[in-house]
Design a binder for this molecule. Structure first.
Ligand SMILES: Cc1cc2nc3c(=O)[nH]c(=O)nc-3n(C[C@H](O)[C@H](O)[C@H](O)COP(=O)(O)OP(=O)(O)OC[C@H]3O[C@@H](n4cnc5c(N)ncnc54)[C@H](O)[C@@H]3O)c2cc1C
Length: 442
């Protein structure tokens, strides 16, 4: 009888686990099922490019069915699990709930934005973790420029032209850099806004940006962004967000209608409903072999798991990065195969070989096998790396075309916030509600 292997989550870790299992297990020895709530994997390092209009949104995702040969892809939402019965509860795409029984379960459900109880953040803050959030942000920036252009008074224009990013990790720094680049690029088309300029503020609670990269590279990134006119406020926290203001620690209030929250992640909330042991941060407790501690037949990887980091002597969990999730996906597949009698179980051993931080405008910082790179060379390396990591020739070509078209012809400035939300056939009330509303939303 074939074994049942279920993978919950088809992102960086889950997709890699499925592909490796297809390779290492003989056909018909196991039924592999991958459950994901959408039929694609989001390639998050390219999200800032999609938000800034350099990349077509469809080109920063990887359709799962194109990548899987023998895996059964189930579109659905994981609702919970009963490890004692070896069953995963899933609500299918068409709405009915079913129990998926497994011999081995790999949990790879990723993370969501970690918000703090800052007054006004939930109502007025914007996330930057998903494709809809990134595209909404791009449309919002264009909407702000359109709104500012209609105003006579420069003081009234100011909040529309000020953009605050909170959290200077990958998402915040790359997102702010690309969005600023985008806004500056299109500013020429808005005569009133052009004379006033746009203001970008990057706020970080720690004493430097990008804790993930060496300090000298972080200094270079800071100098580069400051040189472009971006304000970088380190050792500063967000105190409150209003509809048209952002208050920082020290009492400084910035007139701004945009506050983007990129200050860290936490495991997906459904992880707490799986009946598995969790650490203080809510991540699933696993051993060095990625098996969940004390639960037979369950494994966990990626942002949802507290995997002991070999680079830190196993004393801290691995950082929530795609690089780690991919390697954990490969390792967990081999360890599951070993548990089924194929090959040997081994501990997760990966140490980061390189980091890339793309700041747009041909500038980046990078570190590869101990060598530090900055400027154009780092930017070229970063793009080559993502090109190499993007699966399939067709998808690589799409990236190449987008990047080169962007370099030659600049970015598209159409605000397509209504895309995918058509009005009903006789929606007169919708027409009245949306025309002249003046609130630029994506
Ligand atoms: C803007 C941004 C830029 C980044 N840049 C980098 C970078 O340059 N380099 C780097 O190494 N890392 C980067 N990261 C971090 C990286 O994206 C994550 O560490 C990585 O995605 C984690 O992989 P994962 O497999 O654990 O989760 P994910 O890749 O997030 O996959 C989780 C999957 O589970 C699905 N899912 C969630 N809940 C459910 C549910 N209830 N039911 C069914 N399916 C569900 C999700 O749709 C998703 O497909 C970046 C992150 C962001 C937000």
């Amino acid at each position: 009888m074939a074994w049942n292997i279920v993978i919950a989550g088809g992102g960086f870790g889950g997709l890699q686990a499925a592909r490796t299992l297809e390779r290492v297990l003989p056909p018909h020895s196991a039924r592999i099922t991958l459950v994901n709530d959408v039929n694609f994997m989001l390639y998050t390092p390219l999200l800032p490019g999609a938000a800034a209009g350099t990349l077509e949104p469809r080109h920063v995702v990887v359709p799962l069915r194109e990548q899987l040969r023998r895996t059964d892809l189930r579109l659905g939402t994981v609702l919970g699990a009963a490890p004692a019965q070896r069953c995963l509860k899933v609500r299918s795409h068409e709405g009915h709930t079913e129990d998926l029984h497994y011999d081995h379960l790999v949990v790879a459900l990723g993370s969501v934005s970690r918000t703090l109880p800052v007054p006004g953040l939930a109502q007025h803050g914007r996330g930057f973790k998903t494709l809809p959030e990134a595209i909404a942000l791009r449309n919002h920036v264009l909407g702000c420029l359109e709104a500012a252009e209609t105003l006579e008074d420069p003081r009234a224009r100011e909040p529309w032209l000020t953009f605050v990013f909170v959290g200077a990790g990958y998402a915040g720094l790359e997102g702010a850099a690309e969005l600023q680049d985008f806004a500056v690029d299109v500013l020429d088309l808005y005569p009133r806004c052009r004379t006033q300029g746009v203001r970008f503020v990057l706020v970080e609670a720690r004493d430097r940006v990008m804790g993930e990269i060496p300090e000298s590279l972080a200094r270079f990134a800071t100098a580069e962004l400051r040189g472009r006119g971006m304000e970088i406020r380190t050792s500063t926290t967000l105190e409150a967000v209003g509809a048209d203001s952002v208050t920082l620690s020290g009492g400084d209030t910035i007139p701004a209608r945009t506050c983007v929250w990129t200050a860290g992640v936490k495991p997906h909330p459904v992880v707490a409903k799986l009946g598995l042991p969790l650490d203080k941060g809510g991540r699933i407790v696993v051993g060095r072999d990625l098996a969940v501690t004390g639960v037979e037949g369950v494994w966990a990887i990626g942002d949802a798991a507290a995997v002991p980091d070999p680079a830190k002597g196993g004393k801290q969990p691995t950082p929530p990065t795609a690089q780690h999730a991919i390697r954990q996906g490969r390792r967990v597949a081999r360890n599951v195969a070993a548990a089924l009698g194929r090959g040997r179980k081994r501990p997760f051993r990966y140490r980061t070989l390189g980091v890339f931080v793309d700041m747009g405008r041909g500038e980046a910082v990078a570190q590869t096998v101990g060598i530090k790179w900055r400027g154009g060379a780092a930017w070229w390396l970063a793009r080559s790396y993502h090109l190499a990591m993007m699966p399939s020739f067709g998808r690589k070509l799409r990236l190449l075309v987008d990047w080169n078209v962007g370099l030659l012809f600049g970015r598209d400035t159409a605000e397509l916030g209504q895309l995918g939300h058509p009005q009903g056939l006789d929606d007169e009330h919708v027409l009245t509600a949306t025309s002249g509303g003046g609130t630029p939303e994506g």
